[in-house]
Design a protein around this ligand. Structure first.
Ligand code: TZP
Ligand code: MG
Length: 221
């Protein structure tokens, strides 16, 4: 039985932005600072490299079974590594196929950036999806092709509909400690960040600052 998934502060890794530090070092520090879930994402890695990276992250978090390790896109890698889940976008493997491959008990996440894309998520058979990543909240150089900025108001509307459909919600795109409270106040279950942690000279301090802002935003929600 895997521990319950805590989406509060969800780190998506970026190997390039973490350099010269190994991704696993950034992840370890970030988790010490308050990151509650990790997605291993590396668009430049081969399948073999992604498997190696996933295992390195899992090893770095061996003493933190409460922190889910989720693999971006690659169901095969997640299965081989025994990861806690997979996150797919609109053009990746269909969520129902991902669920069929993973079976129950692991997490399946799905990206949505509009009402139409959320409708795709909500149309999935029961038990297919656990969570949706809603974004981009703001335009971000980390993913220049992410689509139009939803702004906090757009996130609030999509998150309410997703939650009504039984899905856990996380917001992503352009979030840093100065903006985290505003995003947390939209009522999402968690915030996803890449650069706010991966570029930070002190990832633990960056995670702590984000957690503080999230708590402030939740109070205001
Ligand atoms: N999907 C939508 S925006 C984004 C992804 C993967 C990147 C978010 O990166 P950052 O650095 O937290 O803005
Ligand atoms: Mg993808």
């Amino acid at each position: 039985m895997r521990p319950p998934f805590d989406p509060t502060l969800y780190l998506v890794t970026d190997t390039g932005l973490s350099r010269p530090r190994p991704v696993a070092d950034v992840v370890r520090a970030a988790v010490a600072g308050g990151v509650t879930a990790v997605q291993v994402r590396d668009k430049t890695a081969s399948r073999r490299e992604l498997l190696e990276l996933t295992r390195t992250v899992q090893t770095a978090l061996a003493d933190r079974p409460d922190v889910a390790v989720i693999v971006n896109d690659a169901v095969d890698v997640a299965l081989i590594a025994g990861a806690d889940g997979v996150h797919v976008g609109q053009d990746d493997l269909p969520p129902a196929e991902v669920r069929a491959l993973l079976g129950p008990g692991r997490l399946v996440g799905f990206s949505v950036s509009s009402v139409d894309e959320l409708d795709v998520a909500l149309a999935q058979p029961a038990g297919t999806l656990d969570l949706v990543g809603i974004g981009p909240v703001w335009a971000t150089p980390t993913k220049p092709d992410a689509g139009n900025a939803l702004r906090p108001d757009g996130v609030r509307a999509l998150a309410a509909a997703a939650r009504a459909g039984g899905l856990t919600t996380v917001a992503i795109g352009g979030i840093d400690a100065t903006r985290a409270a505003e995003v947390a106040a939209t009522g999402v279950d968690g915030l996803c960040v890449v650069s706010a942690v991966c570029v930070a000279p002190d990832p633990a301090a960056a995670a702590r600052a984000l957690r503080t802002a999230i708590e402030q935003g939740r109070v205001a929600a």
